[in-house]
Design a protein around this ligand. Structure first.
Ligand code: CP
Length: 308
């Protein structure tokens, strides 16, 4: 297994299958009355978060605890020495000196996890770096899709919205194409970068052109915090042109699914009705994230005990 997980580029289809198969076994454990395994007893996992997170941080914390690892949560806020000017490198070396085995890092700068992996001996897992990648989100999405459709071959996936600012889109395109699905990127021309033409996905600017044909409509959060200027006229116009509402929901194939990485901007990229419909597996994605992150920690930190 890989030492660090920095990008979906590192994972072949067989690597991804191994991670998802392991997650499948661990998902069963998460439904037991006693959900804890002794697998990573004595190991220490640090969540190092320089950007806000609910799902990723909590699910890595829970995943590590379910495998009996010790967990340190570090947020680069007013309570840490980052507020006194401590550098990323000195923070990394401080954690290293405390003997952590894995660092889960989220950072606003693309490439920060790659840099961190050069400074420390611990395994580094990218929990989202700038606009670059969010590989564990892609893995939990692939797991969620495989649990519903069984096979990626022939699957039509539309990734819709703020592709420009989305690390989720970049990691998902890589993972879905590697597994054999077809991907279409959909969004306003200002939010689909020209460089996306080289990613191997089709690009379409009109959601209504594809909505009836897709097996999965994956909505991206509009990331206003990363937009230096207004890239579409208004939330209302965005919702009308690229949002998934009840009318578009009704035009989808009967078995088609709705996905979103969260957090949601309800009424912008997705309506309340679409997000709460039977087709939406948004909360399944969250639950599945726990099993996928347990799988990664187990495989990367060399868990040896059987759990069956
Ligand atoms: N999907 C995702 O990364 O959510 P958080 O920002 O809450 O971790």
């Amino acid at each position: 297994m890989i030492e660090h997980l920095l990008s979906m580029d590192q994972l072949s289809a067989s690597d991804i299958t191994m991670i998802l198969d392991t997650a499948e076994s661990l998902l069963e454990v998460t439904h037991r009355p006693i959900k804890k395994l002794p697998t990573l007893r004595g190991r220490t996992v640090c969540n190092l978060f320089y950007e806000a997170s609910t799902r990723t941080r909590i699910s890595f914390e829970l995943a590590a605890k379910r495998l009996s690892a010790d967990v340190i949560n570090f947020s680069a806020d007013s309570k840490s020495s980052v507020a006194k000017g401590e550098s990323f490198k000195d923070t990394a070396w401080t954690l290293e000196a405390m003997g952590v085995d894995a660092i889960i890092v989220r950072h606003g700068a693309s490439g920060a996890p790659h840099q961190l992996a050069q400074w420390v001996k611990a395994s580094v897992i990218n929990a989202g770096d700038g606009r670059h990648e969010h590989p564990t989100q892609a893995l939990l999405d692939l797991f969620s899709i495989r649990r519903r459709f069984k096979d990626f071959e022939g699957l039509e996936v539309a990734i819709v919205g703020d592709v420009l600012n989305s690390r989720v889109a970049r990691s998902n395109v890589k993972g879905l194409l590697e597994m054999g699905a077809s991907v279409t990127l959909v969004g306003p021309p200002t939010l689909v970068p020209k460089s996306a033409a080289a990613w191997g996905a089709r690009i379409v600017y009109d959601l209504d052109e594809v909505i009836s044909d897709v097996d999965i409509c994956y909505l991206l959060r509009v990331q206003k915090e990363r937009q230096a200027e207004q890239l579409f006229p208004s939330d209302r116009e965005y919702a009308a042109c690229w949002g998934l509402d009840s009318m578009r929901l009704r035009r989808m194939k009967p078995e088609a699914l709705v996905m979103h990485p969260g957090p949601l901007n309800r009424g912008v990229e997705i309506s309340a009705e679409a997000s709460e419909s039977d087709r939406a597996i948004i909360l399944d994605q969250v639950s599945n994230g726990l099993a996928v992150r347990m799988s990664l920690l187990y495989l990367m930190l060399g868990g040896k005990d059987e759990w069956s």
